[in-house]
Design a protein around this ligand. Sequence first.
Ligand code: FES
Length: 176
Amino acid sequence: MSDRIPLPYSPKVLELFRNPKNMGRLKDANTQAMAGSLACGDMISIYLKIDDESHLIEDASFESYGCAANIAASSIMTELIKGKSLEYAWNISWKQISNELGGLPVVKYHCGVLAVGALRRAIRTYFKEKKFPNWVPKELTPDEKHALEEEKLIEVLSKKMDKTKKPKIDFNYRSK
Ligand code: FES
C-alpha cells in the first residue's frame, strides 16, 4: 500500500481533471502561447481564436503537461473566457480560478498562476503585430514572469541542474 498522502483536491478539481473541457490544439487559433513553471518544470499551451473586429474570444483551448490542478485550472479558465472580451480575459486572476474550482491546495497555487500566465502571454502575443491597448501594461506582469517560455524554462532548469551536479573527479590528476 502507498504511504503517500493524497492532496486535498476539491470535487470540482477532480471532476475537471477526469473530464477536462477544451483540451487539445485549436486548429484555427489566431494566437497561442506556451509557458512553463519554474516551480515544477511543467508546460502548458493556450490557444485562442479571437474576432479581430470585436476582440471577443470565439474559442479557447489548452494542452497541459502538468498536474491535476493545472488541467482543472486550464479547463475552467478556458470556459470562463469563451465569448468574453480580451480585456475580461486579461483581468482573470489565479485566485478567481482557484475560487471557481472550490479552492486549490496551497502547494498547487502555482499551477493556477501558470494557466493565467500562459493566457496573458497569448493575449500579449496577439497584440504584438497590432497596437497594444492601454490595459496591457508594457512590463510583464508577475503571472507572465512566472510562466516562462519553453526555451527560457529549459535554460533555467539546466542551469539549476548544473549547480546540483557533484564536482567532476579528474582521474588523470597526479599529485607532484
Ligand atoms: Fe506543475 Fe501543477 S505541479 S503544473
